[in-house]
Design a protein around this ligand. Sequence first.
Ligand code: M6R
Length: 369
Amino acid sequence: TKDGYPSFMAKEIQEQPDAVRRTLQGKVDAQGRITLADTDIEADFLMGLKKVIVIACGTASYSGQIAKYAIERWARVPVEVDLAHEFRYRSPMLDQHTLVLAISQSGETMDTLMAVRYAREQGARVLAVCNTPGATIPRESDAVFYTQAGPEVAVASTKAFLTQVTAVLILALYLAQLRDVGVGAEIGDAVEELRGIPEKVKQVLASERQIKDLAGALAGAPAVLFIGRHVGYPVALEGALKLKELAYTHAEGFAAGELKHGPIALLEPGQVVVVIVPSPIGSPILHAKTMSTIQEIKARGATIIGIAEEGDSVVNTWADEVVALPPTHPLLAPLLTTVPLQLLAAHIALARGMDVDQPRNLAKSVTVE
Ligand code: M6R
């Protein structure tokens, strides 16, 4: 049931702090170390791992892109991310030292299932990250990490995405711990920060009023661009996908550094650009680069909405509107920066009179290839 919320979407967005908390439960021991005791994957295999390939579709694939940044940074294992429907057709190189991470909320997505079967035939080990107990993908995988979002009813994914990001961060930290690659102190800090994330997600949800007003002003916009760097890039892709799905507004997400390689031609007065801004303290170099991109956008007269860390005075000078978020570790930032984009898409859709739970032409799980 909707428990008094106007839509499943609204309810599922609000459930995110609990969904993330449940996904973390039992994964951090009293010493602050990650344990994956209930995930049936041998430590020996993970220690000898040569490569990780993530396969997924849509929103789940963006959590896969975040996995790449986290696993490479913390565990120092090369990661490739592939859309499941592209994977088999590029003759991927896999062997018994490859871990394939199949991320799927429903566990029934046919494209992802076919990729899982192919990977296992080629001798790779498949770990499913799934939200649906007993679904086909986890049944056909070697091991499974269940996200604990609870049933997700709205067609557009929200809480499942946040728990997928949580799961891949846990996995990256676990791999780093096992492989002992010399980033020990950072791992400890990140684990500590992860435990505090549900509370910060709750704080971000408190910005709903501001975002609703913003959505009212943007409801008539013919197109919205989303840009980000590093983990902000997949978040930009997710923000654009949410807006397309829910509001049927043309939206495009791209890496902020790409702007000058083409998309800048789209900028003119009235064009709205949502910028995911890295932390000035946690990621000063990326922050400075994003600021110069913001100035280029401003010079073309476009409207800038910044999703930024609270107290970021530089972004405040340049952006037309800023949604301020609590500070966190740079790799954990998607758990916060995604939330205002979900709210923005949902409120633009509502302002345009759309059904946010059941957008046109879409199904909750895509069981055809
Ligand atoms: O159930 P899955 O996670 O495998 O689904 C993958 C995509 O179909 C799904 O994330 C889709 O992109 C959503 N509608 C996004 O909101």
